[in-house]
Design a protein around this ligand. Sequence first.
Ligand code: CA
Length: 359
Amino acid sequence: MKRCAPFALTLAACLLAASPLFAAEAKKVRWNLATTWNSTLTPLSTPPAKVAQMVSDMTGGNFVIKVEGAEKHKAPLEILDMVKGGQYEMGHTASYYWKGKDATTALFTTVPFGMTASEQGAWLYYGGGMELMQKCYDKFEVYSLPGGNTGVQMGGWFRKEIKSLDDLKGLKMRIPSVAGEVFAKLGVNVTNIAPGELYTALDRGAIDALEWVGPGMDIKMGFHKIAPYYYAGWHEPASDMQFLISKKAFEALPPEYQAILKSAIKTASADMYFDNFAQNAQAWAAMKTEYPNVKVMTFPEPVLAAMKKATDEVLGDYAAKDPLFKEVLDSQRNFMRTAREWTRMSEQYYLQESEKVNK
Ligand code: CA
């Protein structure tokens, strides 16, 4: 036994030394990450910054990710191409910006009249959503992971009140993805504009209306000064941001770094939802006292009904043409059917009943 103890110690020391994290010559990795957002555009720009910090902290500074905002690389809507092409190992963006390349990508951000953040997160992590997202992104040779959810977005800022469908006809509006196609069907002149150019476009009259995110982010942009009618949401009930990772770069990482990166991404993504919720709640309260000119509105029911009908048509047309789009849409609809029953019984019923006494 006396001879075993030193041997056991030596073995333990050898195993420790063999672990890349503890070895003196731990692998040094330097990555670059490009974002769709300017680096000051919190909370959308927060998850990549937090991932970079966590990854560095957890590897003792050996795995460093340099985050580059859109103000530097000047290509906010080309992140997928830049990660696929190898200029950046990672990106932080939103999947629906790639709808022009592959319509199915739009479904992994949000769907008009679709799931809430809780429902969508449950679908992604525990309802087969992540697997379907990867099936869609395999052709681009990248991994795609959820990158933070905004929760329900507001329906946007309008110069004039929308009293009927006639008021939408000829309106020039920035609204991306499926919702943009829905509005186009209803006669809106739709455009997508990079986040950094929104205020200027509205101010100069290039657009009459726009949607961005919610009060926390919108108020800072100043849209209320130009377009005071602020409508409740229908089009982005739970927009997920997206981390893109080059498959080639990820596979070259030591397994420990891969695990650390995935863990940091999940933590930072969950964090963004709470961060944005807090900012929305605070801005909403402040808006009522500081910006009394803002007119909070809901779309008239006939307008909402027309939006829903057009949404079903747009989604149906894509599903008829594209088997993967149909597979993802069916998966989401099946999951939502079950999840929504629980949402009604839990959050909706709780709010309805508790608000009667929570005065
Ligand atoms: Ca939006």
